[in-house]
Design a protein around this ligand. Sequence first.
Ligand SMILES: NC(=O)c1ccc[n+]([C@@H]2O[C@H](COP(=O)([O-])OP(=O)(O)OC[C@H]3O[C@@H](n4cnc5c(N)ncnc54)[C@H](OP(=O)(O)O)[C@@H]3O)[C@@H](O)[C@H]2O)c1
Length: 236
Amino acid sequence: MSEGVPVALVVGGSGDIGLAIASRLGRLGYQLVITGRTSERLDRAVNRLREQGAQVRGVPLDLRDEGEIERLFTGLQVPPLDVTVNAAGIAEAKSILRATAAHYQETLAVNLIGAALVARESLKVMRKAGKGTIINVASTGGREGQKGFAAYCASKAGLSVLSDSLREEAARYGIRVATISPDKVDTRMHGEDPARARMVPPDDVAEAVTFLLRLSPLAVVREIRLDQQGPRDAST
Ligand SMILES: NC(=O)c1ccc[n+]([C@@H]2O[C@H](COP(=O)([O-])OP(=O)(O)OC[C@H]3O[C@@H](n4cnc5c(N)ncnc54)[C@H](OP(=O)(O)O)[C@@H]3O)[C@@H](O)[C@H]2O)c1
């Protein structure tokens, strides 16, 4: 990592939304650290970002493993770490009648506890510098619930409230915390769904991230909610 150049960590940077965010941040001149669970997808994302001229390191990470999360931060050898974006997640469809304890545990482990531990480690690094921004990608599902996605929605509701608590704790160190809650975004999470064409483009989530970072350190937007344009029923 080069000194004096801002550093952004995008957890889930190998995913469709994470890669769009990393790509924008790279273009803005951030040095990037991106993570993904599988190395093939991570390598592809790193190569894509390098082709765009970004300075980037890819680190495989399983968010279900607290030790791996701690080692990611030990290996970062920053401070300063200017920005952390929690953009990893899983969403498995399962009705409440079919949902098992293992299903809830897996979803919460990745989407909520993993993100919470990344936020904790980011806070430790950022507070030394007395500045930084942590952005958590939650979901409108965490505010309203969605049929067939109870575990996912519960995990995102938890992440939204966790973000609110984190904001209160982090403020005293000069660290800002924001939540982005998108509606359906056009990513591989939706497979072959023909409605993808009408979903929010991943780049709009990236635009929301850059907007948050353009604000002065004296201002914070608690939550950006990105809904799909048009009547909600038309897309489901
Ligand atoms: N797509 C939507 O409609 C939508 C709407 C609202 C919010 N979101 C949220 O946006 C975020 C990104 O979603 P996306 O649509 O871009 O999905 P995606 O393309 O599937 O990306 C998901 C990312 O999370 C990583 N990941 C999955 N399991 C992991 C684990 N156990 N440990 C570490 N990383 C793991 C994936 O790595 P691998 O690729 O290696 O598995 C990938 O980098 C998620 O939090 C999602 O809930 C999505």
